[in-house]
Every structure is written in structure tokens, then in C-alpha cells.
Design a binder for this molecule. Sequence first.
Ligand code: SF4
Ligand code: SF4
Length: 262
Amino acid sequence: MGFIATRCFAILPEICIEPIMGKEKRSMGKYFELLSEDIRFVEGLKACMNCGVCTAICPAAEFYCYDPRRIVDRVQTRDDAVIEELLKSETIWYCGQCMSCKPRCPRGNTPGAVIQALRTLSQRLGFFVHSEKGRQQIALKRVIGHNILETGYCIFPKTVNPDLHPEQGPVWRWIYEHDKEVFGRFTENYQKAGAGPVRKIAPDNVEEINRIFEVTGGKAFFETIEKYSDEAARQMGMDGAGDAYFNHVYAYNNGNHTLNDE
Ligand code: SF4
Ligand code: SF4
């Protein structure tokens, strides 16, 4: 694993770091301070001794060019240039958030929680549009985010559009087109008022969810993702972050994310 991770690091130019020694002047601490406003970061990083246990247990490190030990190590430098590179990189989006690293760390750190804080800061500052996986945040916002605000669910059968999920195959398309018939066999109230799973959430409850997102800043956060995505789309020569941009970031793969892509 150590060999793989080291090799992986070597092929990731976007997160390669210049030696800190020898730099005349480094900007220090700005991003570390912003990260420290996030309770997930405060609780997720006490002091890393760089042992690599988190990387050894991490399932994402088995497949992606990803090494949680190196990420935590970079954050600990408090060096703005180093952390900004991380915030713009692909690597912070590879974590599967399984939290296997949490119980294994001998220092009580949670690299997965550090990643959460890095992702949020990357979104807040608009750095997420610098990476292919980061740009996909617009798809998550418009799919899962909109589902929550419009239906009260992150996801339910009718929101898994087969056009966006060809990996589901022709059987899913048939189920999608016959959802009432299929899911109606599991629950009496499929997308109807009443009790039970995948019932229709009452409009006043959906309204309450919207108000929660409003007052807690969730909607403003969504708008931030839209704003930076729109800017990125225009820089790519598109007419804003419309369907063309969405479909591009949703489907594009540069083929350089997994260890097998080397
Ligand atoms: S297991 Fe904990 S101490 Fe070891 S490298 Fe990972 S975060 Fe650092
Ligand atoms: S939470 Fe992320 S970093 Fe931790 S073990 Fe899971 S995939 Fe790896």
C-alpha cells in the first residue's frame, strides 16, 4: 500500500508540492483558520504522526490516486499554497466517506472528516471548479439538492432517471416507467398522502424543509455552487451552466483517476 500510495503521489501533478524549505516567504494559516471554523475539522484533526494507518485501511486508496495520510500531512503544514492546491485538486473528491479511518487512527484523527471540511471550503471559495470531480458538485446540487427541496427525499425511484444512469441497464428503465406498479406492491402509499415509505411528503413539510435550508444557509450554499459553476462554464466557452455544462461535467472522465488509469 505504501508503495502504491507513493507511486500514486508521483503521478498527481495537481497536488505535488514544492519543498517548503528554501521558500523565502510563504503565506501561512489563512486556509487553516477557515478550516478551523468547521467543527468536523476541529474534531477530525488533533495531531497526525504520519503513520499511514488510515491509508492502509482506506478502501478509496485501493482504487483511486488517493492517500488520506498525505492529505492530512499537507493540511498540517498550514501553508496556504499547499492547502489551496489541495482545495483545487481531484484528490479531495475521491474519499468515499466510509469512516473506516476513524477507529483506526492511533492519534484519534478522522481523515474522512478533514476531507469533509476541505470539500466544504473548496465549495465556499469556488476552488471546486478547478478539478473534474469537483465540477461534478453542480450535478449533486441539482439532483440530490433539488430532490430534497422539491420532494423531501434525497432520492426515490422516480428521481433516478435512466438517461442519467445507463449503468442501471434496461431493467431499471422498465421499473422506472412502471414505478407505481412495482413499488405499489411494497407500500400502499407510494407517492400518495399517508404513512409508509416513499409516501408523498406533505406540502407543508416540504415547505418547512425549504425554510430550514433558507435559515441555515443551505440555499445560499447551493447558490454559491451555481455561481462558480456558471463562471467555469463561461470560461469553457459555454453559455453558462445550463444543460450542456451539466451533461459535460456529469459524463466527462479524463481517465486518470484510478490506479489502473496509470
Ligand atoms: S492514521 Fe492518524 S496519525 Fe496515522 S497518518 Fe492517518 S491521520 Fe495521521
Ligand atoms: S472516510 Fe475516506 S479517507 Fe477515511 S477510510 Fe473512508 S474513504 Fe478512506
